[in-house]
Design a binder for this molecule. Structure first.
Ligand code: EZ4
Ligand code: CO
Length: 402
């Protein structure tokens, strides 16, 4: 029996920070898992190095489910983003190893293809409506079939989701950037620019929008109602989701589909949302919700309630996560859509391989395992840089959800 011989925790910052776990077996097979938790990266690195690495030494790498249970139940302390991201990194690395040992891409181990490709949505944004419409046109010309639209709310500093360079990067400063927020201004402006985008797109292209946890349930209900005619694919994170009950009120008022879950990390965090059919898409991910093993469990529960998948796929999820997500997405029957923000060239040179993007669809690598290689030498040239996500403040200076 092969055993886990070596565990490396790799931190690199090719344009942004990534934490990667690499497990090496006594047979010399390696597996990669993403462990990046944006703005709290080193907490996961320490959890892996100080608390999980000693437990992994000598274990059978083939026992994925048992290792998951051992790390989850064995912690005694349940759930939470740091724990679940660390467990995810181990889980995904073990699936990578299992694929390589079997000589099969990971999606084959998950039951094989349920579809030909994975529909993705991209991010269009603009400082004003004309700039947003130009960006929408540019993405449509690149072949994307689903587009998320965000514009800067006039008069507010630094709106969520508005790109400055080629790739949106909110964690760009050594200390948290302070951004302004005004709910009334947003509720007045967002439906109008989304209407302009829908008019530009016509039908046949999906339109999405991220509210980013900014509204109360009744405000979210008002927003959802006001955009019903625009046929959004979804409104994302209309209200913070710690309180799952809150979504019932939104549901009573609007038929605009709802997606949530990118910040949630276990099946318990989405259980009521799913079983009471309070959402249409669950956005949990391989990296923040316990790996392929746990995500599959969430997605299978969702399937029973006609909730489809719509995993988070921002730039702060490494290419290892993109690859793992696409292996899951292509296999599960209730796949909905996959977010795809892409990565910089610098990042893609450190993490080589992975899925292929063609006509708005991602296709998994046919290499055994996940199909991603990590370039240690290049990674070492990009040392960790402390960075935080922004915070949002209302006009009176009080703190709001960013
Ligand atoms: O703000 O991943 O839908 N995508 C998002 C992202 C998140 C970042 C936070 O790290 O909401 O842009
Ligand atoms: Co989001």
């Amino acid at each position: 029996m092969a055993t886990i011989e070596r565990v490396d925790i790799l931190v690199t910052s090719p344009g942004r920070n990534f934490v990667t776990l690499r497990i090496t077996t006594s047979d010399g097979v390696t597996g990669l898992g993403d462990a990046t938790l944006n703005g709290r990266e080193l907490a996961v690195a320490a959890y892996l190095r100080d608390h999980l690495a000693p437990l992994l030494a000598g274990r059978d790498p083939a026992r994925i489910e048992d290792t998951w249970q051992y790390l989850y139940r064995g912690a005694y302390w349940r759930r939470g983003p740091v724990t679940m991201t660390a467990i995810a990194a181990v889980d995904v690395a073990l699936w990578d190893i299992k694929g390589k040992v079997a000589g099969l891409p990971v999606y084959q181990l998950l039951g094989g293809r349920s579809r030909d490709g994975v529909l993705v949505y991209c991010h269009a944004s603009g400082a004003d409506v004309p700039a947003l419409l130009d960006d929408v046109d540019a993405y449509r010309e690149k072949g994307f079939r689903a587009i998320r639209a965000q514009a800067a709310v006039p008069g507010l500093s630094g709106s969520y989701g508005v790109r400055k360079g080629t790739i949106y990067e909110p964690a760009a400063t050594a200390l948290p950037d302070e951004q302004g927020w005004d709910t009334e201004a947003y509720l007045d402006f967002a439906p109008r620019y989304l209407a302009a985008v829908r008019e530009r797109l016509g039908s046949g292209i999906h339109l999405l929008h991220d509210v980013h946890h900014r509204l109360t349930p009744i405000e979210a209900a008002r927003f959802g109602k006001s955009v019903e005619e625009l046929r959004l694919f979804w409104m994302e994170d209309p209200t913070p989701a710690e309180n799952q009950d809150a979504f019932r009120l939104i549901r009573q008022h609007t038929t605009t589909p709802i997606a949530t879950g990118e910040v949630l990390n276990s099946i318990w965090d989405v259980r009521q949302l799913i079983t009471e059919q309070l959402i249409d898409y669950v956005r949990t991910t391989v990296v923040h919700a316990g790996g392929i093993t746990h995500l599959r469990r969430i997605f299978d529960l969702a399937a029973l309630y006609q909730v489809r998948t719509g995993s988070h796929g921002a730039t702060d999820l490494s290419p290892v996560s993109t690859a793992a997500a696409v292996h899951v997405d292509i296999a599960v029957s209730n796949f909905g859509i996959q977010e795809h923000m892409g990565h910089t060239e610098e990042t893609l040179n450190v993490f080589r391989g992975g899925p292929r993007l063609e006509n708005g669809m991602l296709h998994p690598s046919e290499e055994p395992g996940l199909g991603v290689e990590y370039d240690d030498e290049l990674a070492a040239r990009y040392p960790y840089e402390p960075r935080y996500l922004p915070v949002a403040r209302r006009l009176d200076g009080s703190l709001h959800d960013w």
